[in-house]
Write a protein that binds this ligand. Structure first.
Ligand SMILES: [Zn+2]
Length: 168
């Protein structure tokens, strides 16, 4: 069964999860589902997916058995679409979805060009470059790339605190 969108999820993020489930890219998902022509994306790629019309939503609903209303609710507002050199996210929120720990999800609020700091974790959002995002086909690829970045940082930190002071 196709994954259901979460209420706070970005439409593009949900598409990315859907594509990941079938181990294909969002572009391939779009083509294989005969949904129509892939809309023109901004330089940030499919995460910042432009709002789509009723016809497209109807085809997606037939394909995924997700109600059109649910998809309408998570559309990207047209006002948020702009060419950006990076997209912000909170790593903890990305990988720790309180509703389903096995389903990392891209929060819709992060796509807002004036996204505030993370209210859950009380910290500034980090960013991933659009040039990197464009090379990643689905949400698993994005999560794994971001996870590696954070893993390296944690390792550096652990090395730092485990280095005996006498060697400094
Ligand atoms: Zn957070």
């Amino acid at each position: 069964m196709a994954p259901r969108p979460f209420e706070d999820e970005a439409f593009g993020g949900w598409l990315g999860r859907l594509a990941a489930k079938y181990r294909i890219s969002v572009a391939q998902l779009w083509a294989s589902g005969q949904i129509g022509e892939l809309p023109e994306l901004t330089c940030a790629g499919w995460l910042l997916f432009p709002p789509v019309d009723e016809l497209v939503l109807g085809r997606l609903a037939a394909l995924t058995h997700v109600g059109v209303d649910r998809m309408v609710a998570i559309q990207t507002p047209a006002a948020w679409l702009s060419g950006r050199c990076s997209l912000p996210y909170c790593f903890e929120c990305l990988v720790l979805n309180p509703l389903d720990i096995f389903s990392p999800r891209w929060k819709r609020e992060w796509l807002n060009p004036s996204a505030p700091p993370c209210e859950v974790h009380d910290r500034r959002l980090e960013t991933i470059p659009s040039s990197t995002l464009r090379t990643l086909g689905n949400l698993n690829a994005v999560v794994s790339r971001i996870g590696k970045r954070h893993g390296r940082r944690r390792k550096r930190y652990l090395n730092l605190i485990s280095t005996p002071r006498s060697q400094n």
